[in-house]
Design a protein around this ligand. Sequence first.
Ligand code: AMP
Ligand code: ZN
Length: 138
Amino acid sequence: MTEPDCIFCRIVAGEIPCHRLYEDDRVLAFLDIGPLSEGHCLIIPNAHYATIDQMPGDLVAACTSLIPRLSKALIAVTNAPGWNVLQNNGAVAGQAVDHVHFHLIPRHGGDGLGYRWPAGKLDTDRATELVAAIQAEL
Ligand code: AMP
Ligand code: ZN
């Protein structure tokens, strides 16, 4: 599955260059062109899916199973004491490229990166309703 106008499909096809870290028949990892920190990279499925809910689970697993190995390599090279795995779905969630991708972002103390996280408080009654509603959809 390829979308001719998708920049990541074009990277997979070799039509647009990238700094490849890893590739196999289902997965590609490459350096992010606009890194939030040194080593910031992306893991993508070779096939085009806009959002993660559309992907078969085994393809998500193929992408995510690379995370431990790639993380170890990134941490070895950058000496980052921590890192984020980030995966945005939909423009409202910050997704700019509509081809599923997992960010791996090395983090250092005082790097100024962050996420607004205005935590609320889980209401017990609402939680019961939510669990029933979500389980009914599973
Ligand atoms: P998101 O906001 O989650 O959709 O992130 C898209 C990411 O893709 C951004 O971090 C961009 O810097 C990155 N990106 C866009 N075009 C390219 C490209 N040609 N090569 C590498 N990374 C890219
Ligand atoms: Zn694509």
